[in-house]
Design a protein around this ligand. Structure first.
Ligand code: SAM
Length: 293
């Protein structure tokens, strides 16, 4: 990389134009045209590229006409690779890429960044494609607050437990999924979360890109009838606001919960169950406790 202008703020450059450090490089999730010029420049100028799958990254490098040495890197098999990469990043430019999208997001890299940071290595990120964010922009569901939940467990019981844990979260939920499991996952989500609006964004930026919208049950039926292939993101709307609980319902729920557990637990449980603000439930719980002496 001979044009340092594209790399403002990357420190003192060597002959390649890149300062030593670890460069987190986002790559396309489908359309190769989405590789940013800055990402291409860093890949071209790196001394070495740590790649989730070197065969996949070789295709990307061929696309931009670049030849750079690569090292296979995955968090789980990298105990012996990581210290050497961190040491190299202290001396020269090391780029990290995954097969697609932003490294570290349901992809390897977290431990490498953690260790590089601990070693005082300069870390630069090159923001770019991320399927979760792209799907959020397509779904037409609230984006002000979202929870990225990654892949749900494959086994039914573990999956049901993971979904139950998310049921009370007042945020749009984002899941990664693959074609073969899509119908089962939508069905499990519908069973646990009810009739929430949802979307499936599939093959984003590729030839067969498609976004399905509907309720969870409707989407499950649609996908059951016509299975979809490829890579997909499921987006689920936050819980619908429950009809406001009346004072008597709140008092009865609190009375039972306070008899069974601590004030803190009772408040958490009742505010989640009745979808009431925690502060309101807490104030009422204190008043009831004080009145009871
Ligand atoms: N690091 C990537 C990112 O930034 O999005 C995600 C990697 S994760 C191993 C792969 C999952 O991302 C797929 O199973 C799918 O859920 C989602 N995904 C990746 N590319 C996609 C695309 N083009 N369209 C829809 N979902 C995609």
């Amino acid at each position: 990389m001979k044009n340092p202008n594209i790399m403002p703020g990357t420190g003192k450059a060597d002959a390649s134009g890149l300062a030593p450090g670890l460069y987190i490089v986002a790559t396309p999730i489908g359309n190769l045209g989405d590789l940013s010029p800055r990402a291409a420049a860093v890949l071209a100028g790196a001394a070495v590229i740590a790649a989730e799958d070197t065969r996949t990254t070789a295709k990307l490098l061929a696309h931009i006409g670049v030849k750079v040495p690569m090292i296979a890197y995955h968090d789980h098999v990298a105990e012996h690779v990581r210290p050497a990469l961190v040491a190299r990043a202290g001396q020269e430019a090391v780029a990290l890429v995954s097969d697609a999208g932003t490294p570290l997001i349901s992809d390897p890299g977290f431990k490498l960044v953690r260790d590089a940071r601990a070693a005082g290595v300069r870390i630069t990120t090159l923001p770019g494609p991320c399927a979760a964010i792209a799907a959020l922009t397509l779904a037409g569901l609230p984006t002000d607050r979202f929870l990225f939940a990654g892949f749900l467990p494959a086994k039914a019981q573990a999956r049901a437990e993971a979904i139950a844990e998310l049921a009370g979260v007042r945020a749009t939920l984002v899941f990664y999924e693959s074609g073969p499991r899509l119908a089962a996952t939508l069905t499990a989500l519908g069973a646990a979360l009810g009739e929430r609006p949802a979307a499936v964004a599939r093959e984003i930026s590729k030839m067969f890109e498609e976004t399905l919208t509907g309720t969870l049950a409707g989407l499950a039926a649609d996908v059951e009838a016509r299975p979809r292939r490829g890579e997909m993101v499921i987006i689920v709307a936050p819980p619908l606001p429950a009809p406001e609980a009346d004072a008597a319902t709140l008092d009865a729920a609190l009375e039972a919960a306070l008899a069974a557990g601590s004030l803190k637990t009772a408040v958490a449980e009742v505010s989640a169950r009745l979808a009431l603000p925690r502060a309101q439930v807490y104030a009422r719980a204190l008043a009831m406790r004080d009145a009871a002496g």
